[in-house]
Write a protein that binds this ligand. Structure first.
Ligand code: PMP
Length: 284
């Protein structure tokens, strides 16, 4: 795991202690980000850090650093840990204070922690995966990247128990998103994905993908679709920082179309890997 950043200090993992009255530990009272690193470079770093600030604002939590400061520290951490391909995980909690639900007094400082993890990148297109559908039991502020992930955890566990990679959540039959990803479908050459409302996390990968669609003439619409629409779609795909753009070829034991990655998904995979090279340099 290498070194860790806690509140601006670079420390060894074994020297970092979490206080039992940290509000992140007791309430999940905090926000987080996961940024992919390719070739030692942050991918879409500013977009992720802006989302971190936005999430903190939405739970009325102060952020004791600027985006530029966080970015500088993340670059130092990547260099210190000699990370080539992987992720930086960071979280900010409302701080340490005697347990009571309401916010602590203004002098309590947030606690910031960041670490890196290796995740190899081959540049090869990911093959199709299987998924299950499940009720979206989460709260109504899914646009906040909150440390409270119980609903997401329960959903992902269902996928794992069914031998699948992802759980696709829906509210009364309307697909929202995956347990840790955004989901899109392709019908008659048009990509469709849930609009960025309070019911989903506006994924950075989702945003990069939609920009690629716009730039390369791939028709798309940000519109909700039903489980029924999805099962009958030509293609289903999911996106996140860790899975990038990945086809879903089977849902609840039923093949999607021919049960193979479709042409639009494959085109987006290729465009996405080109975007990685553009931002982070040649992968070879
Ligand atoms: N939705 C949820 C619930 C997630 O946890 C994630 C992964 N952080 C995403 C969508 C995808 O977001 P991103 O592309 O920014 O990783």
């Amino acid at each position: 795991m290498g070194k860790i950043i806690i509140n601006g200090d670079l420390k060894s993992r074994s020297d970092v202690k979490v206080d039992i009255e940290d509000r992140g530990y007791q309430f999940g009272d905090g926000v987080y980000e996961v940024i992919r690193v390719y070739n030692g470079e942050l991918f879409a770093g500013d977009m992720h850090l802006n989302r971190l600030i936005d999430s903190a604002k939405l739970i009325q939590m102060k952020v004791p650093f600027t985006i530029a400061e966080i970015k500088t520290r993340m670059k130092e951490l990547i260099a210190e840990n000699q990370l080539k391909d992987g992720i930086v995980y960071m979280q900010l909690t409302r701080g340490v204070s005697a347990r009571t639900h309401s916010f602590p007094t203004a002098e309590v400082e947030p606690v910031f922690v960041a670490y890196t993890k290796e995740m190899p990148y081959t540049g090869k297109m990911k093959p199709g995966v299987n998924a299950v559908t499940t009720d979206d039991i989460r709260w109504l502020r899914c646009n906040i990247k909150s440390l409270n992930l119980l609903g997401n955890i329960m959903a992902k566990q269902q996928a794992v128990e069914a031998g699948c990679d992802e759980a696709i959540q829906h509210r009364d039959g309307t697909v929202t998103e995956g347990s840790s990803s955004n989901v899109s479908i392709v019908v008659d050459g048009q990509l469709k994905t849930h609009p960025a409302t309070n019911l989903i996390l506006n994924g950075i990968t989702r945003q990069v993908m939609l920009k690629l669609c716009a730039d390369h003439g791939i028709p798309y619409v940000e519109e909700a679709f039903t489980v029924e629409d999805m099962m009958a779609a030509d293609e289903v795909l999911y996106t996140s920082t860790s899975v990038e753009v990945t086809p879903i070829i089977n849902i609840d034991g039923q093949s999607i179309a021919a049960g193979e990655p479709g042409p639009i998904t494959q085109r987006l995979q290729k465009l996405f890997s080109e975007e990685i090279e553009k931002q982070c340099g040649s992968i070879k």
